[in-house]
Design a protein around this ligand. Structure first.
Ligand code: 3PG
Length: 306
């Protein structure tokens, strides 16, 4: 009998867990659950008997992959798989998948929420601004950005995008695609970041880009802290006292930013973009179904380490 381990330091909502359990039980597999674990040792012990592993942002490094001696598949229930050592998994013949798009509406709603929180001066009581009529610049155009676009249009925003890989998609949806990232930052009142933490995107929000930002601009980051050049961001915020930075999960330089620019930055205490019952259910059930499809039919559609 196959054993599926759900290892989530940040647990799925109970309603999601119920549905995930149902998929696994119906397939005739045994489900093991490790939630809210505090040490890596707990994860290493739990993974030792698993054939399949479902995780969220949990760190799946060499140690975990080595401890999972029966592991055949790891599914990251979510979009970003920067927490999984995909190449070592490949070396060990462990398939790694994500569940693209499944939690994107939740993250998009948070991005808009942060934009409103920022433009309303963190609800401090002073006159703020409105999103209607302002320009939103989408840095990247994956599933989350597409949902942000849909919502922003309903708010009456002008939306632009800078994307290398989804130009045709963006143009077909009536979006203006800027010729450069600098142009996007220069012409947006709100910039919302939606690129993954890999390759050319790492530290891609650097001084070379930031220096083009419009007066009074707001940066919303619901992607990853790794796409920001934090030294540059801190230097930039020091010079440009008109700019605000709001992100889902604190940057490494959070302490400095809070002490120096308290009124211009906000960080969620924990990554909460995908923390909704709906997103947990969509991503968790998709992960379980992908595992069943893999074991039953060898389906590798969402494999990310081919
Ligand atoms: C993702 O990459 O899917 C999101 O950042 C959500 O991450 P989480 O599962 O840790 O909430």
């Amino acid at each position: 009998m196959k054993r599926v381990l759900i290892a989530t330091e940040k647990p799925f909502a109970p309603v999601a867990l119920e549905k995930i359990t149902d998929v696994i039980n119906r397939a005739g597999y045994k489900l093991d659950l490790l939630e809210k674990y505090k040490t890596k040792a707990e994860l290493l012990a739990a993974v030792s008997t698993a054939n399949a592993l479902i995780v969220r942002s949990d760190l799946i490094d060499r140690d975990v992959l080595d401890a999972g001696k029966n592991l055949e598949i790891v599914v990251r229930a979510g979009a970003g798989y920067d927490n999984v050592d995909t190449s070592y998994a490949k070396e060990r013949s462990v398939v790694v998948m994500n569940t693209p798009g499944q939690n994107s509406n939740a993250v998009a709603e948070l991005a808009i929420g942060l934009a409103i929180y920022g433009i309303r001066g963190f609800f401090g009581g002073n006159s703020g601004g409105e999103l209607r009529g302002r320009t939103l610049g989408l840095h990247g155009y994956g599933y989350v950005a597409r949902n942000v676009h849909r919502i922003a249009r309903a708010f009456g925003m002008n939306v632009k995008v800078y994307t290398r890989y989804s130009k045709a998609q963006a143009s077909s949806e009536g979006l203006e695609v800027t010729a450069s990232l600098e142009e996007l930052y220069a012409s947006s009142d709100v910039v919302s970041i939606h690129v993954p933490a890999r390759g050319e995107h790492l530290k891609s929000v650097s001084m070379a880009v930031l220096k083009h930002l419009k007066e009074g601009a707001i940066i919303v980051n619901t992607a990853r802290k790794e796409v920001i050049n934090e030294d540059d961001l801190c230097r930039f915020m020091e010079d440009r006292i008109d700019v605000k930075y709001l992100s889902d999960i604190a940057p490494d330089c959070a302490a400095k930013m809070i002490s120096d620019f308290e009124e211009r930055c906000y960080f969620t205490p924990k990554k909460i973009g995908a923390q909704t019952e709906e997103a947990n259910t969509n991503a968790g059930v998709a992960a379980a179904e992908q595992i069943v499809g893999f074991f039953a039919n060898g389906d590798q559609t969402f494999r990310v380490n081919k």
